[in-house]
Design a protein around this ligand. Structure first.
Ligand SMILES: NC(=O)c1ccc[n+]([C@@H]2O[C@H](COP(=O)([O-])OP(=O)(O)OC[C@H]3O[C@@H](n4cnc5c(N)ncnc54)[C@H](OP(=O)(O)O)[C@@H]3O)[C@@H](O)[C@H]2O)c1
Length: 423
């Protein structure tokens, strides 16, 4: 991509810099996925700055108890749980509070559509697509953590952002870092960006050790505290593959202008290299409240109670290239970016495989293998509309699930046939 075409592309649809809201009124906030790790960090910041923010709506999947507690503490107007079976529990927990309770997918969309200034997209997985799009279509400022939405819907999603004049503020720590270092007014001066990667809990493990890894080992991330799905993605390095695709869309950069480097200390989150050789890096302690605080108050800075960086205490910052042999997910994601629809298939297969791994149905190394095999059977497809996205997503989930079910049959037949001692 030439500098000129990159400039044009960026002015068409990058993580945006719209006119800031300077009304002086408290910012009215909605959190999609308030009971998750990103959601709880956002709630923590809101409670520390009650004079600057008010809360319109909160959502969860199952966790009606925590959702109701958050809604009461923050004085929200509306709380929605996706799972209808949790509706009674939510209603009961909110009784007498004046807070409206609702359930189901339509209620999540309603939460996203209610009047507010700022929406945190903090649901995990493609399940966040519909409510996040609802916020986009109201032209909101959307703090964007839910990367799977952009991986599965890609340019279709970015078109909606532009069409409705919405604003995407990157929350993923690497993209938030790039956003803070990226000279949007002079993109022709940018040579490339670099996303850092902790390497996850298995960075120094052998392939046989990884084959036997348990879900508990995979979610024990060395530097970040996160939800189960993203923790497993970090262990396979698929998280970095998803982030590569996310960065491609957010910053409108060709994939070969996006580097990944393993940096186990997670202190430098992202870097922008300029044509004169200057490299601007963003540093901070690994705590999501820093990028969330930046998005929450943007364009103003919001104080966050995170551990301040003491480089003498950190001592050494080290870097290494990702190992494609033990961690094929990054290569698979890079290849997927070359074919229309392939990122949609990759995301759906990965979500299916990660759930199967967490449920004990497949081994750790089979996560990437399932994604790769699904992409062989379903290499991509037309992605012109949201219907295309939903169709491809559904097909890819079914293909991956079939593969996992067949594999489970093979394993139980093999176990049955295994000779026991003394035979
Ligand atoms: N955690 C991090 O540090 C971090 C950093 C960067 C980016 N991200 C991204 O941010 C997103 C959220 O991650 P997380 O770690 O916060 O996840 P998490 O802890 O698992 O929380 C997910 C949230 O989404 C809700 N949810 C889950 N499935 C849902 C469904 N089918 N429909 C509606 N709501 C659903 C959950 O509700 P329940 O609590 O009721 O299950 C919860 O509120 C992910 O896309 C992740 O990749 C996270």
């Amino acid at each position: 991509m030439t500098a000129t075409s990159r400039t044009e592309a960026q002015s068409r649809g990058r993580a945006s810099e719209p006119a800031p809201d300077r009304s002086g009124q408290p910012r009215r906030v909605t959190i999609l996925g308030s009971t998750g790790s990103i959601g709880q960090s956002t709630v923590d910041l809101l409670l520390r700055h009650r004079d600057r923010f008010t809360v319109e709506a909160l959502t969860a999947h199952h966790n009606a108890g925590l959702l109701a507690e958050q809604a009461r503490t923050l004085g929200a107007r509306f709380a929605a749980v996706a799972e209808p079976a949790e509706y009674e529990a939510l209603k009961e927990a909110l009784a007498g509070s004046g807070i409206e309770a609702a359930c189901g997918r339509a209620a999540l969309v309603e939460a996203a559509e209610r009047p507010c200034d700022w929406v945190m997209a903090g649901i995990v997985g493609a399940a966040g697509l519909e409510p996040t799009l609802a916020a986009i279509r109201r032209g909101r400022i959307v703090a964007f953590a839910n990367k799977e939405v952009l991986v599965c819907a890609g340019s279709v999603f970015m078109r909606e952002v532009l069409a409705y004049g919405a604003t995407l503020l990157p929350v993923d720590s690497e993209h938030n870092a790039i956003w803070q270092c990226f000279d949007f007014a002079r993109v022709e001066g940018i040579e490339k960006i670099t996303l850092t990667c902790s390497g996850g809990p298995f960075r120094e493990r052998s392939l046989p050790e990884m084959r036997d890894a348990t879900p508990a080992q995979a979610v024990a991330h060395p530097t970040w505290r996160m939800g189960a799905k993203i923790s497993v993605d970090s262990a396979t390095l698929m998280n970095k593959g998803l982030e590569l695709i996310e960065a491609h869309h957010l910053f409108q950069l060709a994939p070969d202008l996006i580097d990944i480097v393993v940096h186990p200390q997670s202190i430098i989150h992202g870097m922008v290299t300029y044509r004169d050789g200057s490299v601007l890096a963003h540093l901070g302690s690994p705590d999501m409240r820093t990028p969330i605080a930046y998005a929450l108050g943007w364009p103003d800075r919001t104080p966050a109670p995170t551990k301040r960086l003491d480089l003498a205490e950190v001592g050494r910052l080290t870097f290494e290239a990702p190992d494609d042999i033990r961690f094929p997910a990054l290569r698979i994601a890079r290849e997927a970016l070359t074919r229309a629809g392939a990122p949609t298939v990759l995301n759906a297969a990965n979500e299916t495989a990660v759930h199967a791994f967490l449920a004990g149905k497949i081994g750790f190394l089979e996560i990437a293998a399932t994604v790769e095999r699904t992409l062989e059977l379903l290499p991509g497809g037309k992605l012109d509309s949201l219907d295309d996205v939903y169709d491809l997503d559904r097909n890819a989930r079914a293909t991956a699930a079939q593969m996992i079910a067949k594999r489970a049959q093979t394993v139980s037949v093999a176990r049955f046939a295994e000779p026991t001692d003394g035979t």
